[in-house]
Ligand binder design. Sequence first.
Ligand SMILES: Nc1ncnc2c1ncn2[C@@H]1O[C@H](COP(=O)(O)OP(=O)(O)OP(=O)(O)O)[C@@H](O)[C@H]1O
Ligand SMILES: [Mg+2]
Length: 331
Amino acid sequence: MKVARIYLLLHVILTASVLVNTFDPITTTVVVGIGATLGRTIYKYFKESCNPQWIAFNATGLQKDLDSKLFGQHIASRIVLKAVNGFMNNDNPKKPLVLSLHGWTGTGKNFVSKLIAENIYKEGMDSSFVHVFTSELHFPHASEIETYKSQLQQWIKGNVTNCAHSMFIFDEMDKMHPGLIDSIKPYLDYYDKLDGVSYRKAMFIFLSNAGGESIIQTALDFWRDGRDRNEIELHDLETALSLSVFNNKKSGLWHTSLIDKNLVDFFVPFLPLEYKHVVQCAMAEMEARGFDPDKDVADQVAKDVIYFPKTERVFSVKGCKTIESKLDYYI
Ligand SMILES: Nc1ncnc2c1ncn2[C@@H]1O[C@H](COP(=O)(O)OP(=O)(O)OP(=O)(O)O)[C@@H](O)[C@H]1O
Ligand SMILES: [Mg+2]
């Protein structure tokens, strides 16, 4: 797409210069003037801006993506769709949308954030209105916390001032310093405006492994009872999740009053993935690479993955995380 744009631009410039060479000075000035205006228009047309040409929610697209690309996450899928639909279809939200995604490694938390971004921003995760922070990468030193706080606040303010429909993804939220979480709290709240800026159309997505083990325990209980995984409902996870997450003294997220103040709108649990989901991930990856998905190859990949608990081997230790690189050995 980008290459096509560059070709088009080059073509316009070359055509303009050929024209310029064939005319007298006055015509040349006019042609150059038109060329410059045209150039600016083209530039503006192709440069991502904060308007419906670049930011438009595609509800059916999100539903389709969640149904066909996300495996084994019936609860997360339902909550995300409901939450994002409700928020994006509301012209006057009372607060920004705050989602907190929880679960074991490799179960699709970053993947879902990407699907949401792709169905709102034309440029998806490459959009200049989507911002990703990773605790250990962006805020590595506890001693720098005061600097990080003011930088983060300025960053959020600057970006929301520039575009109300900004999206902020905080990865490894459970490793984030409590003070830093406290510093973003005002932006998540029900304020009409803060310093003249309204944050109510922004979206915040927190990703963490917090609560992952309690989600696994529930999934395992269902499996041991011979019950279908799809029967697991949000309320089956809520109690365990709240006990393990909200009372976990080690977790930065829960030292703050983010939860007491109801600033998180939706807690989204991600279930651990089973053998059949790993097969699905391998099939999807083959398709993404332009191969005909081969079930035998996918089975091979899934057989070489490690599962837990040791005795029953039900859930993939790394979810679908290493499938992409593993596939290189098989095709
Ligand atoms: N439920 C799923 N459905 C389809 N693909 C998945 C799923 N979970 C993971 N994947 C695949 O595995 C890759 C890694 O998953 P992702 O980065 O979303 O995991 P995560 O939940 O963020 O893990 P971590 O907690 O380790 O950060 C994704 O890019 C996607 O290709
Ligand atoms: Mg992740």
